[in-house]
Ligand binder design. Structure first.
Ligand code: FNR
Length: 186
């Protein structure tokens, strides 16, 4: 079985190191995972006033989420939490009430930062949000990637063998987790 995985990149920056990490993960993913980015930068700021009639970017975002079987979050840490844009996207995804796009959809969280804790607090914060959104999360393995200049190229090539092997294993573990979730739910 090939599973469709949508990935959300928490950073909107052109030179984002998390975008480089996402490219590396796509390159290293096993063939059983079909990877596609789900962009969210065109979403307005969410309000429940929109619940009766979502604007086109929000409809497109919800449709993209409906078409995937698992979600990969690749996010930076901003002020010890996730960036506001990503939280906004998750709020859109969770609504209208009763149409939460993350319910029972397996997810995993990873990120990179120049700091030595490698986005640990942002990930912890995101895990709380995803828990409330009823997404089964891969709890192990965890990945806290400290970014050093040149660690991953713009094309997503990992220049350190140990990190490359770790990230390849991370994607294999995610595939195993997705399989377990769908087998259990079947
Ligand atoms: C940061 N940065 C940062 N790093 C970190 O490890 N913990 C943090 O809490 C923060 N806080 C923070 C807030 C804001 C507003 C910015 C712009 C940056 C530094 C951050 O890790 C660095 O800019 C990375 O390059 C961000 O990842 P992207 O956006 O390049 O993928």
């Amino acid at each position: 079985t090939v599973y469709k995985v949508g990935y959300l990149i928490g950073s909107l920056a052109k030179g984002s190191i998390n975008r480089k990490l996402a490219k590396a993960l796509v390159n290293l993913a096993p063939d059983e995972l079909s990877m596609a980015e789900i962009p969210f930068k065109d979403l307005p700021l969410y309000s429940y006033d929109y619940d009766a009639d979502f604007p086109p970017p929000a409809k497109a975002f919800k449709e993209a989420l409906a078409g995937i079987e698992a979600v990969l979050f690749v996010t930076p840490e901003y002020n010890r939490s996730i960036p506001g844009g990503l939280k906004n996207a998750i709020d859109w995804a969770s609504r209208p009430y009763g149409h939460n796009s993350f319910t029972r959809k397996p997810s995993t969280v990873i990120g990179t930062s120049p700091g030595s804790i490698g986005t640990a607090l942002a990930q912890q914060s995101l895990r709380g949000v995803l828990g409330f959104c009823n997404s089964p999360q891969m709890n192990s393995i965890e990945a806290y990637i400290q970014f050093k200049p040149g660690l991953i190229t713009d094309e997503g090539e990992v220049t350190e063998l140990r990190t490359e092997e770790f990230l390849r294993d991370y994607m294999i573990q995610f595939h195993n987790f997705i399989t377990r979730v769908y087998t259990a739910l079947a």
